[in-house]
Design a protein around this ligand. Sequence first.
Ligand SMILES: C[S@@+](CC[C@H](N)C(=O)[O-])C[C@H]1O[C@@H](n2cnc3c(N)ncnc32)[C@H](O)[C@@H]1O
Length: 214
Amino acid sequence: MKHVLSYSKYPADKVKYLRTSFLENKELLGQYVDHLLWWNDKINLVSRDVPRETVLNHIEHSLSISESDVFKEADFVIDAGTGGGLPGIPLAILRPEKQFVLNDIVSKKVMACKHMATKLKLKNIDSYMGSLKDLEVKPNSIIVSKHAFKVNEIMKMIEGKPWSGVILLKGGEEVEHELEGIASDLEVSVFDLQESFGNPFYEGKAMVEIKRKG
Ligand SMILES: C[S@@+](CC[C@H](N)C(=O)[O-])C[C@H]1O[C@@H](n2cnc3c(N)ncnc32)[C@H](O)[C@@H]1O
């Protein structure tokens, strides 16, 4: 297949904008961290004994999506493999005008996300418990996901559905290999996060934007 694949650095000015957005929403994002840490003790949503600082890194990482043009144009956002609500809950806090569906195949994770959304009084969050492949995708929806799927896995699960974009937070190095065997032609932009964010947390991490070619 003739995918168009490009590599670049995540723009430094976008890091600045999203860090400003982070500070503007610091209170609600901080409450989310409290809830996530509380749930994490009970059902292991992030990783065992994760420090608050690391959760804050996960939130900033999630917010990198907010500066993507694909994200800005979308009305509906599905967070596939959301776990404890990453990246969906921080994005829903930042963009209350967009509608989010938090999706996970594990029921207790979806239950924890619903509970957190209620506590945070977020009106723009819905949820779906089950596999992404069984989830209805509305037109003008995008799929976002953080460290949950390989590119070929997620594209297979949404094959034939009217998605308008996909944004994955994942390792950048394996993207070319994961595109092999995907039937439809895609335009794929890989943005390296490490240098622009200047934090070892981002080592090897990328934001991968996927659109239909043409
Ligand atoms: C490594 S975790 C990542 C969680 C979260 N995105 C984060 O960054 O903390 C991957 C998640 O994908 C979920 N998952 C795996 N297969 C799935 C599927 N087919 N549909 C929806 N969720 C799935 C798992 O239950 C798990 O919560």
